[in-house]
Design a protein around this ligand. Structure first.
Ligand SMILES: C[S@@+](CC[C@H](N)C(=O)[O-])C[C@H]1O[C@@H](n2cnc3c(N)ncnc32)[C@H](O)[C@@H]1O
Length: 159
């Protein structure tokens, strides 16, 4: 089966290259960007201004190829790809929860961005914690690795 998506918009961020780009929104406080939504989808932005946070699904457009084991940014040993958030994946889909600060003229002003400039946006969903009330019991190898995330940025390992 082949699945073909068209972007609904383009994400603009201050980050032109991987090195120095935050590794997650939790590491990206203060990093602002904006998303230009394609004209034909702008009517779908109605009511979105009632949400403080959005789930963005996007294409890692500068990634190619993948390996089944990778050494993640937050670890020093190889982990199974699907236990990581690495940007090189069979389907190069990224997911970030960002803060929505304004909407105007088909543009979403957002903060806490961890994508490269020019990233194609596939979808937007409102972030509603009550819809995913998971009581998390374990976080695998991330345990002990997710303290002090602020300011953690990428290197070139996923070129
Ligand atoms: C570890 S991934 C996490 C992305 C997302 N929060 C997730 O969990 O799916 C973030 C890194 O992916 C890389 N990246 C971001 N946007 C990209 C793009 N459009 N193409 C290729 N790599 C990208 C940057 O190095 C960035 O620091």
């Amino acid at each position: 089966m082949e699945i073909i998506y068209q972007p609904i918009g383009i994400i603009h961020t201050p980050f032109a290259v991987r090195k120095g780009t935050p590794i997650q929104p939790a590491a990206a406080a203060g990093a602002v960007g904006h998303i230009e939504i394609a004209e034909c989808y702008r009517a779908g932005l109605k009511d979105l201004d009632g949400f403080s946070h959005l789930i963005l699904l996007y294409h890692f457009h500068l990634s190619s190829g993948y390996e089944m084991e990778v050494t993640p940014f937050l670890d020093t040993q190889p982990r199974g790809l699907f236990s990581t958030r690495a940007p090189k994946r069979p389907n190069a889909i990224g997911l970030s929860v960002v803060r929505l600060t304004a909407i105007h003229d088909g543009i979403l002003e957002v903060a806490d961005v961890d994508m490269l400039d020019g990233t194609p946006l596939l979808d937007i969903k409102p972030y509603v914690p009550q819809l995913n009330p998971a009581e998390v019991e374990r976080i695998g190898w991330f345990s002990g690795a997710v303290t002090d995330l602020q300011g953690r940025t990428a290197d070139e390992r996923f070129r």
